[in-house]
Structure formats: structure tokens, C-alpha cells
Design a protein around this ligand. Sequence first.
Ligand code: ARG
Length: 467
Amino acid sequence: MSERPDSQAANQMWGGRFAAGPDAIMQAINASIGFDQRLYTQDIAGSRAHAAMLAATGILSDSDASAIGEGLLTVLSEIETGQFQFRVELEDIHLNVESRLTEIIGEPGKRLHTGRSRNDQVAVDFRLWVRDQCDQAIAGITGLMRAFLAQAEAGADWVMPGFTHLQTAQPVTWGHHMMAYVEMLARDQSRFQDARKRMNECPLGAAALAGTSFPIDREMTARALGFDRPTANSLDSVSDRDFALEFLAASSICAMHLSRFAEELVIWSSAQFRFVRLSDRWTTGSSIMPQKKNPDAAELLRAKLGRILGATVALFTIMKGLPLTYSKDMQEDKEQVFDAADSLMLGLAAMTGMVGDMTANRDVLAAAASAGFSTATDLADWLVRALDLPFREAHHVTGTLVAMAERKGCDLPDLTLSDMQSVHPGINDAVFAVLGVENSIRSRMSYGGTAPDRVREQVARWKVALG
Ligand code: ARG
């Protein structure tokens, strides 16, 4: 003790070779307990599985293991009831739990860390947490898909303009537009399902990096924690964070989709478009302009991708230069993933609410659908079918007719037959049948097309798929 005057201040969990405690700023930069306390459920589940395995393999006595198992449940309830004192000098969730366990049960608590390290401990805790978030994302996406499906079913034959370059392109159906998001979300969901499957291997038992000399049973802990199998390489086990990166990548793509629809809502709910009405529940007023109803939730949703993608880039950057195996840099993974996951879950919930509550202005959509010469392609296609013109020529004739209508300040169906015949003498009365919006959408019967019957088929398929 005499040559270590300050040893009282050294860390009780690893301070054996230390004469002095850390500088206060060292403690501030080093400690993760401020955020990783969020992993307490996973940390305790991992420790309980580990202790049970240590007893089953004869590494610990049954009585020590059951004291540990019980004690960990006490710690769990202390945390859940807010009685637990998190201590920054104990750095992280792992040391906080273990230290409190030892306070409660004494000596057996000190045996828990046999055959493991914080490196495999944090890897297993974090995997469990991210796996759970994959499940939540999958469930949240299903809810949002159902909301889009309900909109699609109601409006399978409501016409609206379809856009390219945000210029009126061709008439489409409301249902078709809604179903486009169902397809995107289904792919998003499958990305989380894929990632979940790949991450579902248990790193516990890799110990610090090389494995352990104790006769542990990694199959047993893997099974107890719901993993498919133990990881096969101890070095990889403690240094891999690609499970978190896959979660972030899947989250980024999903949030990008949410952001695109949010952008459409912002445009559609404006006074200039008036395609939809957002409910009062998802909008706010202005403190100065009484007429305003601002689509704040949609705007914030659009911004969430910024955070989520930011977290993705941050974790890639943290990981990219690290030699094997664990480096403390990796502690910076958690806040990024926590924030991204929170943003995604909130975004999914908000979008589900907004989609469920929004009302399409059918009249406005219909009027917009026929404006902007939206059936020009139908006219060109008719010239090909009825007059056997080559498509390029039909395109040219149609373009000339559009220019004529523009000059006259009318739409294509308002041109007279003789107007049309002045551009191409072969045009006859039958042309007027294809210039209507209703006809246009009904004719788009190709698989995946916008025809209401096609949309209803897709709605039916997805209703079955979602159960
Ligand atoms: N708090 C650490 C983290 O989040 C736990 C692992 C620490 N391991 C170590 N050898 N210091 O990464």
C-alpha cells in the first residue's frame, strides 16, 4: 500500500496495477455509462446465460451460479425501478452491473467474469440490442405498409397526374402511387430481415480476443440468447461491427424512402398543389399567419435521414482504420446507432400516422390529371395503332398538336377534328376516345401498370402477404 499512495482511487475492477486513479477529463472521455446504460437488459441476459453455462460445464459451482443468477435479477429490478446508482468511475454498463452484483452477493459475484472479457460482452450486448431494433423496424414497416395499402385500396381508380422531372407526364392512379411505397417498404423490410439473419451469431466466449482456456460451451450460451450458432472466429467476434453498419445502412435506405414521401406530402399539401389534406394531428399552425397549416411532421421526417445517414457515415469512419481486434474507438459506435434507431422508429410511427390520416382531394387530383397534356402519349400510341405510323412520326405529329393546343390555350381533347386533320389528314373521330384521362389509366394494363384492375391485384397480393 505504501508505494501506492493513491490506490484507493484506482478502478476497483481493474486497478491492480494502477497507483493512481484517472484524471477527471480522462474519466469523462473514457466513460460510456452515460449512454450504454441502455444496454442493461442485454447485459444482464448475457451474464445470466454465461453464469448458467459456467455451472453446466463445472467451471463454477451450482451455488455460485445460482447466487449470480438471482443477484443479477435483483440488479435488473433495481435498474428498472430507478434505484440503481450508475457510477461514472465504473466506466460502463458491464462494470456497473458486475460491481453492484458483487456488492449484493459478495464473493460469487467476482467469479462471473471467468472465461469472458468486456470485449465479447459488449459485442454480445450490442448485437442483442441491434437485433431487437431490427425486429422493431420490421414491425414498424409492416404497420406503414398497411397504411399505404388502405390508401391504395380506397383509391385504386382515383386519377392523378404522374410526374417525371416534377412535370406532368401521364395520368396514374392514386392507388398505384401508394403501392409504389409498399414495394419500397417491402424491400426495406427484407434488408432488416437479411441483416438480422446474418448478425444472429453469438460472439460470447471469444473472450478478450483469442478465446479462453476454460472449457466453456458456446453452443449453450448462443442457444440461451436466441442466436443460431456461436461465431466461428474469436478475433472477428470482438472486432466486428458490420452488424451495426448493416442496420444503419438498412435504416438509411428506409429513411430515404420515408423522406421522399415526406417531400411529396410537403408539396402535395401546399396551397399550390392541394392534392392532399393532412390532418390536424400531424400539422402545426403559425404564430403570425393564421391561415397556415404547416406539415412539420413531414418536414422533420425528411430531415431524419440526415441524422441516420450521418450516423452511418460516422460509424464507417470510426471503423475503417482499426487494426484487429478491439480498439476503444469502437465504444463510439453506440450513440450513433442509438440515435439512428430512435430516429427511424419515430419516423416510421409518424409516417404511419400521417398516411393513415391524410385525405386525398380527389377533385383536385382529377383536374390536375387531365391538365398539362397528360394524354399526349395516348394520342401518339393511337396514331401508331390506328394509322400504323412509326412511333417516332406519331411522336412528332403529337408534339405539333400539343403546340397547337398550347397556342389556342386549350387541352388536347378540345381541339377540333379539322384542327387535327390539318396536322395529319388520316386522323378520325375515334381519336377522341383515347384523349380522356379515364381511358388512359384503364389502358395501362401491362403487368405493374397503373390500370385500376392491376392496382387491385397488387393490393390483394399484398394483403395476403401481410396477413
Ligand atoms: N465500454 C466499452 C465499449 O463500449 C466496453 C468494452 C471495453 N473493453 C475494454 N477492453 N476496455 O466498447
